[in-house]
Design a protein around this ligand. Structure first.
Ligand code: GEK
Length: 239
């Protein structure tokens, strides 16, 4: 049974930096569905896009796989067809839940490692959702380039991120609607503000221009925002 996220429900004396520890892993599915607008839609459509672009004898990655929602959606769609998927996460509790949930070990391998330290194999699809925002800003450039180099021509990067708008008033509007959504999803003002404090300097969002510039610099000529909700954006980049 999925556990409800109430990690920030009680006032904390000291707000510690947010970590993907056991406590978070246990409530992750509830947390992400109540914190990321259109999360299920993103995962569902990405799995369908991935089905179109995956080609035989290449790899498909889920970088920062957490509890394996993308992996699970893709394997359901690709049912009865062989594929080679690698799910990577550096949080042991997250990967444990993912491994226990995904039974298809013929097609799927799990790697507990920092994505900055892995060598990517020849791939046709790389999903990296809500993960760049947790990497040191300088490392993001290197990671995108590494992804670009691993993709075959025609291969894709699917990435969704929390973003920030460069214009303060629009940024404020986006934040307002975002916190409103969290309240609508049952989080209290206290939970919202304590979580925001825990994520400060841990989750560092960038602008759409920052993302696009980096995609282009790595070599991606064809990119699109296929979904956007205020400060959340899903990109597709085709090599
Ligand atoms: C989903 N993609 O459900 N190396 C490997 N893993 C990392 C690193 C790193 N350097 N930094 C963070 N992680 C998922 C959601 S959650 C996003 C991704 C969120 C892992 C971290 O342990 C966590 O599981 C995941 O990236 C980020 O679509 O919680 O907002």
């Amino acid at each position: 049974m999925k556990q409800k996220d109430n990690i920030y429900g009680i006032r904390q004396k000291e707000i510690k930096k947010f970590k993907f520890n056991k406590k978070v892993a246990e409530v992750f599915d509830d947390m992400i569905r109540r914190s990321v607008p259109l999360y299920s839609e993103i995962i569902d459509k990405e799995a369908k896009i991935a089905e179109k672009f995956y080609t035989k004898d290449t790899y498909i990655y889920d970088l920062g796989c957490s509890t394996g929602n993308f992996c699970s959606a893709f394997s359901e769609i690709f049912y009865n067809r062989p594929f080679k998927m690698i799910c990577v996460d550096n949080s042991e509790p997250m990967l444990e839940i993912c491994k226990n949930r995904i039974k298809d070990t013929d097609n799927i391998k799990f790697v507990r490692k920092d994505i900055l330290k892995i060598d990517l194999k020849k791939s046709s699809v790389i999903a990296a959702n809500f993960i760049f925002q947790f990497l040191p800003v300088e490392a993001r450039k290197i990671m995108i380039k590494k992804i670009y180099d691993a993709l075959i021509p025609g291969g894709i990067l699917l990435t969704a991120e929390k973003i920030i708008h460069q214009k303060e008033d629009i940024s404020k509007l986006q934040q307002d609607f975002y916190y409103k959504l969290k309240e609508e999803n049952g989080y209290s003002k206290l939970e919202i503000s304590q979580k925001r404090e825990a994520l400060e300097n841990v989750l560092i969002p960038e602008t759409i221009s920052d993302h696009n510039r980096r995609f282009l610099k790595a070599g991606f000529q064809k990119t699109d925002i296929w979904l956007k909700w205020f400060n959340f954006t899903a990109f597709i980049c085709i090599k």
